[in-house]
Design a protein around this ligand. Sequence first.
Ligand code: ADE
Length: 225
Amino acid sequence: MLTLFPSMFLGPLQESILKRAQERGLLDIILHQLRDYAFDRHQMTDDTPYGGGDGMVLKPEPIYRAVTTIRNTESTPIILLTPQGQAFKQETAIELAQYPSLFLICGHYEGVDERIRKHLVTHEYSIGDYVLTGGELAAMVIIDAIARFIPGVLGAQNGARNDSYASGLLEGPQYTRPAVFQGREVPGVLRSGNHAAIERWQYEQALHRTQERRPDLLEEATPDH
Ligand code: ADE
């Protein structure tokens, strides 16, 4: 991970599932300060854009030096987080979880020098159609989504398999005790003990919810029922 703001990562990486995954050696996240690879007198990492315009552009040399010094192998994906990237989806998380290592670059300011984007970066991802102040929050989001597909990271076996998006459908409603809360009852079928009926009901609910909220997902859905 290459960033100008490594301390932004400390909160999310030191809690809950990501913390446990690191303690158990399933996940290793190494934060590198981009400024450490800027060798000029002022350790400059950005500069004004050629041709004018607002904002600053991340200089190519520090990023190039950092990536070529740090990356494990030539085949490690070099991923740039940018609003111009391909949409990051659940299937992207599954695909990226197969690699032994990834190198994430957090973009900042108006972007990175085009020569880095074109000749060093291998994948560009956006986490949504909005512009963040930098790639750090996007990097945290994709680390979290990818980590769920590393074997052993989620407690229960197949933990990530049945959740929303795994089948192309949103998850249906969930209930827990008490059976009656403020006069509102848990649907009887869930308490019936009839596993076939429960499974059918859950599938119908998932389908209904997806139709209502994300009809676009149904176009691509490949439900396993
Ligand atoms: N950097 C700024 N906005 C971003 C976005 N939406 N996705 C990924 N990286 C970003």
